[in-house]
Design a binder for this molecule. Sequence first.
Ligand code: FE2
Ligand code: FE2
Ligand code: FE2
Length: 170
Amino acid sequence: MMSDKTQENLYTAFVGEAKAHHRLLAFARKAENEGYEQVAKLFRAVASAEGVHAERHLRLLGEAAVRSTEENLQYSFEQETTVNEMYYPAFIQEAEEEEETAAVVTFKQARDVEERHAALYKRALNAMLREETHDYYVCQVCGYIAEREPADECPVCGARREKFRPVTCA
Ligand code: FE2
Ligand code: FE2
Ligand code: FE2
């Protein structure tokens, strides 16, 4: 039987990740309409990764406004930073105190992956990726995003290359 606090945190994390998943898909459509093809792909890659987090949290439990693309990138960067610097560290500490080992691993990997997402957004905000055309590959275990080609081994969770799924346009 899972402890109350971790159960509550897993649910909060699920709701946050699920909201991000759907919001990012809307941001991707907006970016596409605005002619930012690569930014649209990035939003889709991160949306897919947040879907991995949402489903993963939910599995362990047993059970957002669209502005301009530049604003959406800024907002998304801030969200990732908040989650990775504030929420996940607190969840990790509480899960550790309650010796919820599986939740500790999930929260830690998500924290590391959100830091990577923030870095991708930060780079996107510079020149809006206008010079780039490449694919993203999302680790279906932890949500880590590789650019251009899948990683042979996921740097966050260690998953093999086959676990990476490409993010294609539309
Ligand atoms: Fe996430
Ligand atoms: Fe993220
Ligand atoms: Fe991974």
